[in-house]
Structure formats: C-alpha cells, structure tokens
Design a protein around this ligand. Structure first.
Ligand SMILES: [Zn+2]
Length: 269
C-alpha cells in the first residue's frame, strides 16, 4: 500500500473512531442537561400541598422560578458543549499526530503546535457564525428558552387541571425526553465541525500536507453540501480537494458527519 493510501486509511479510522466518541458525547450532554430535571421535581414538591397538588395561587410564583432553571440550562449546556469541543480537538489531533508520524515521519509534525491548535479550535467554535446568523451560545440559549416555554406549558396546565405533582413531574420528564434529539443535533453538528476544524488547522501547519480531501457524511444524499463538495473539482487538483483554509469545508450542513483526510506533497512520499 502506498504511503498516501496508508495515511488515508489511518485518518479515516480516526474519523470513524470519532463518530463513536461523538455518540458518547451526545449521551454525556443529554445526561448533564437532564440532571436539571431533578431540580424542577424538587421545586414542584416544595410547592405541593398535603394533598399532592399545587394551589393555583402559587402558579405564578412557581413559573417565575423557571427563570433560574433556564439560566442553569444555558450554563450547563455551554459547559457541556465546550467540553465536547475541547475533547474532540484533543481526540482528533492525537490521532492525526500518530498517523502522520507513523506514515510520513517526524517531518510531518515538526513545527505543528497541537496544544495551541486545540485552544484555537475552541475559540473558532465559540465564535463561529452559522448560516443561521447565530453563535454557539445563541443556539444554547434558544434551546434553553424553548425548553422553558415547554415546561411552563405543562406545569401551568397541570396545576390548572389540579393534576398531582407526580403527574406533572411525568409530563416534565416528557419535555426532557422530547428535547433529547435537539441536544443530539447540537453535539453532532458542533462536535463534527470541531473535528474537521482540528483536522484543517493541523493541515495548515504541517509542511507535508498539500490539500485536504472532503469525504461526505454517511447520509450520502446528492442534496447534501458534503456530497457536492466531495465531487467538485474546485482547483483542478481533483474532485474533493480543497485548501485547509477553505472554511466552507469545516461546516457543510447541520448534522454533517463528513470528514477530511490529507493529500501529501509528493516530495515527502
Ligand atoms: Zn454531510
């Protein structure tokens, strides 16, 4: 197997392992945010009378307390996503460092400041303005705000109906269960983008990388931007080849699991 093919194989493996790691990261974020539900359950118990229901007169005061819950969701969500991004950058660069030195040799990683790249990936991800004109914290705040609106709805209607705290708590749980996909989408999108940014940043610093190759995500849909970019020959270098500074390939669309590999300058092969 040629060195180029071997590097391709190893970098692909890093990305496939990252997909598995991303699945763990999704569970982590869901669990972190899910923990806040227990605070709501405690709150409902505090407001409940001896008959296990909450008096309508206490409704507004209780709903106002959801403000602190919303803030907790924002803070917890940002902490969880920052951790996802940082761990993704380290995971990715550890794999790249090993693959490059293994296949191409020490020259491939000489002068590449991996620790600094990891920090720069986090900075990029926190400040990245999406096609939605939002930055990461806006997306987390929107999530927290939407969740609060749903919680307000189920708690208000439960109290007005005279439901027991147990019934209201079960409906609160449903809100959390229904929101899990939104957290997954955030972690898939932000995590995979961080994975591609880390790959591209390291490519920018390695003297042996001539271009980066786009590989579409597992969906394989012709309307997905990653599939289009994989087929496009933008620079006459061949289909799917881009400069590591082309930020368009960092985030190709929401929920994208596409990834990047390296084309090595022939003089290092
Ligand atoms: Zn994609």
């Amino acid at each position: 197997m040629s060195k180029q093919a071997e590097l391709e194989r190893q970098l692909k493996k890093v990305s496939m392992e990252y997909r598995k790691f991303n699945a763990e990261q999704q569970e982590f974020a869901i669990k972190e945010i899910g923990r806040i539900r227990l605070e709501i359950i405690d709150m409902l118990s505090e407001y409940s009378g001896s008959d296990g229901t909450i008096k309508k007169q206490r409704l507004n005061k209780l709903l106002r307390e959801l403000e602190s819950i919303e803030k907790l969701v924002r803070d917890t969500g940002m902490d969880a996503l920052s951790q996802v991004i940082s761990e993704t950058a380290s995971f990715t660069n550890d794999g790249i460092k090993k693959s490059l030195s293994d296949v191409v040799g020490a020259a491939a990683i000489s002068g590449v400041a991996f620790d600094k790249i990891n920090k720069n990936v986090l900075r990029y991800m926190v400040n990245r303005l999406g096609a939605d004109d939002l930055v990461l914290s806006d997306r987390v705040w929107n999530f927290a705000g939407d969740q609060r609106a749903e919680l307000t709805k189920v708690i208000r209607s439960g109290i007005i109906r005279g439901d027991s705290v147990n019934t209201i708590s079960a409906n609160v749980r449903k809100v959390y269960d229904n929101d899990a996909w939104k957290i997954r989408r955030l972690v898939v999108t932000e995590g995979n983008t961080a994975h591609r940014v880390a790959t591209a940043y390291s490519a920018q610093q390695s003297q042996v990388v001539k271009a980066v190759r786009v590989h579409r995500g597992k969906a394989n849909r012709p309307d997905h931007r990653c599939t289009q970019l994989e087929l496009e020959d933008r620079y006459g270098m061949g289909p799917g080849l881009y400069k590591p500074t082309d930020s368009e390939i960092y985030m190709m669309h929401i929920n994208c699991t596409g990834y990047l590999t390296y084309e090595i300058d022939p003089k290092y092969l």
